[in-house]
Each structure stands twice: as structure tokens, then as C-alpha cells.
Design a protein around this ligand. Sequence first.
Ligand SMILES: [Zn+2]
Length: 561
Amino acid sequence: MLAVGTWAAIQSGMSGSDFMDDLERPLPALAASPPVVEPPGTPRLAERVVVAIIDGLRLDVSRELPFLNELRARGAHGRARAQYPTWSRPGYVNILTGVPPAHSGVRTNHYRTVVRLDSLMDRVRAVGLRAGFASDYSPMPRLFLRQRRVPLDDVDVSAMDEGTAEAWRRAIKSDVEGDFDDPRYAPWPGGFREASRSVVAAGDSLAVLLVGAVDAAGHEYGGAEPEYKAAAFEVDAALRAAVAGLDLTRDAIIVIADHGHTDRGGHGGLETLVVDVPFIVAGAGVVPGATLDVLLMDVAPTAAALLGLPAPGHGLGRTALTALALAPADAARIAALDSARVRINTGVVDRELSGHRAALLARRAVRAALIAGAAAMAVLAAWLLRLRGGLRLDVRVIGVGAPAFFIVYYTLIGVLGERFSPSLLPDRGHIAWELLKYGAIGAGVHIAVGWLALRRRLVLAERLAAANGIAWVGLMLAMVPAGLLWAFFPAPYVEVPGPRLLIFIPAVKVAISCYTIAVALSLLLEVIVFFSRAVDPRVRVVQLERAIEKARAQADRTGKP
Ligand SMILES: [Zn+2]
């Protein structure tokens, strides 16, 4: 059992820790299909567009901010809904490409490689305009690197001799450029203000400003705390200073957040406080007083329409036309182009999904049969062991000992982890580490409860056999669900698992690791008890005397011999 458990612990521990990476898809179907780009031929409504992303700003708190409220008063405003999973990098990519996390392949903040989707910056630069970027968060420009000449996929370096392949690799590596003409990074607080001001002053047609200070405060203190609100006010003032050089009679500004924050701090799930974010469009080309209710993926086409440009070509969102001062014919033209683009791109993602589902179904039957077979073997092994007295399925001991870990572990996740929502995770932390904390507590409880349940068994061989019984039932409880997940929800995840599954899948995997360690320690303890008591007769004598004493006392009380 220990051998099987150790193997399962290593396997499931590794796959639990790979879980976040399994969610990422560097080459989703959309990235492999040509972008749907057609110039709308509509007038350029704004000379320049500034897209300000305030990471982690809640809609309710945003309504108290003076500068944002000034923009609301002169422009269009409402809410945007962040799309699941509601983490930062998926949100940034959604805002700049119009592709939600489910189809962009960028599902967590662990995404590391280049985003190959058509972006707002691609559209701006395709017509010879410039795109600038300023932030207190530096990794964003690296997400949007572009190959200058050599598409990586077309070069098969493995077929070349070593020297040539090396030369190619160097060429490919060096021949990338950023999607932004002018990315500037400066640490919060003062630096961001200056970097943003200088990017805005540079006069690029598109300027993307990203500030992380509100999100940081949300994680540190919680979204309902005064420190979070203070950070929001500070960022509001910094944004006012940064865009002071804009002339809103000629230029436009969009304010958006990638996600909100729960009261205790966190995001990733589908809580209203996390999903609803402010969306403000103000300045040239904007209909004052228009109300907005859009999805995050609608921001990119809206920004493009302000500049008279086609929407990013892999996008699944639509232009927020109610906010734009367009002639009816132009609005109709953009709506028609949006529909055509969304139809084509939806076809691409639907085909990918149905192909993936068919492959899953084919594999599922085989895997389910394997799981059933393995479970049957485990039952047979337990039965044989039981015949030889090595395993005892004592209902009372097992009823107490086996479920203790699972009750503690899943209750902790459910209560402390906001009812199985990814919002329990720290922003850049790892899901497996978060779950290990709960697993360690569960393991401790398992060892203690197992000890208490077994303490009364006086015959040592029976005690060890009963301990084996707990271990066997527990391992079955841990491994059968993991096997079912392997059969029904295997990696890689073309479809993002829902918020509950997103926690449950790694939770089950981490449970095996923690449970196995608990079982190992418990059994080790029992083996030590067995040998120490068997070897030292004095302990046995004292124990047996005590037991006889107790039995006598009881017999005296009840009057029965
Ligand atoms: Zn965050």
C-alpha cells in the first residue's frame, strides 16, 4: 500500500503542480487561423486614444473616484464584465485583442510565452501609426512580441545540421520586436505618473497605460478595506496627472479594469464584485451620457472604432456603438463587420471545441475501464490481505479514521477558500501551494484521529491490521476520484474547467499527496507501536494489567462476573 501510495503521491503531486500550466494554451485555434481584418471605412473619431487599465479596480469603489467621475460626467460610462477566469494577464490580453481567456489560451498569470493573436497594437501599426505603453508592471510588452520576418512555425530546425540550425535559432530569437513602439516601465508610485505622462506627451495614436497598485492593495488588505480605497484614490490622481496633456475635444480616453476584488481580496472566479468593472469612454467621438453594459472583449473593437480602424482580427467582441458619435450608416457598417468577424471566429473556436470533445469521448471509455480494473484489483488485494489477517475492515475504526482527512481538507477549502472559487488564490501564487496548506492540516488530523481510534485495540496484530484498513479505505477514497478526473477531465484543457472544477481538480490531486503522507506517517507510528510493545514485555504487562483492572471494576459495578 505504501508503494502504491508513494507512486500515486508523486504522480498526483506533479500533475497537481502542473495544473496551472496545463490550463495555458500557447497556440489556440484562433492564433493559427488568419485574422479577420477589413477596414471599416468609417471616420477617425479621435486623434489619439488612451486605454487606461486599472488592475483590480472594483466598480463600486470606482464610483467614488473624483477624476473617473469627471470623465463619466463628460462621456459614456457603465460596466464591463470580466470574462472567466478573471485573472490579470487573461484580462489584459482580452482588453487588447478582444479574445476572452477561454479562446485566447491565456488563462492564468502563469502564461509565459508570446500571445500570437491579432492585437489593437497590430491594427494601429498596420496603418503606420504608433502604439505606446507605460506601466508599473513590466511583463506586458513581452506578451506581445512579434516575429519580424521568420514565422517560427515554418522553420523546421530539427531537419537541419547543427550549425545551420543554431544560426536559424539565433536569427529567429533576435528577429522579434515588441508590439508596442514605445514600452516604458517605471515603478509605482512616482515613476508610473512620469512614464505615463511622457508616453501621453509623445503623442502616439494609441497609448496603453497599466497600473497595478490597486490590485496589489486588494491582495494585501482586501477589496472592502480602507487601504484598498486609498490606493484607488491615489491611482485616480496619478491618472489625472498622466493624461493632463490630452485634449479631450480631439482625443479620447477609455478607462477599464481587468477584474475587481472580493471583500477579503482575490479574484479569478465569478463573484459579482470580481466580474463587474468600470468602463468609461470620454472625449472626442463619444456620445455624452450614453450608458454602457459590455463584456471585456468589447473594449478592443471600441477603441479601434474610435481610431477609424478595423477591430483586432481574432476578436470575439463587438463595438460599443451606443457610445460612439457615428452616422447611422457608419454604425451599421461597423455592426455588420463585427458580426461577420464574430461569426468566422466563433466557427474557428467551435470547430476546435467539437474536435477536442470527440477526442475526449474516445479516450474516456478506455480510461474509465482502466480505473474500474484498478479499483477491482485493489479490492481483490484487500480481500486477500484480509484473509491472511493483515487487514481489518473494522467499521467503527474506519468510520472515524478514514474520512477525517477529507472532511477537514474539503471543509477548509470550502470555508476558507470561498466555496471552491479560484478567487481563493493569491494573484501570482500557485494553486498547489495554497491547497497544500489545507492538506497539511488534514494530514495532522488524520494522524491524530487514527491514533485515537486505534488506541483501544489491545491485540497488537489486530491494531496494525485495523490501521491497514484505514489506510486502504482512505487511499481508495483519494485515488478513485483522481482516476475519474483523469478519465473525464484530463489535461490539456482546451475547455477551461468551471470555477468549482478549477479548484476541485487540483484539490483532488493534492489530496492524494497529502493523504499518502498522512497514511505513511500513521502506519509508521503503528509499526513503531507494534514493535516497541511486542519487544518490551513490561509495557505489555502493564497494559494488560490495566485492562484486567478495568474489566474487573466494570464487572463489580454491573454485578456480572
Ligand atoms: Zn490580482
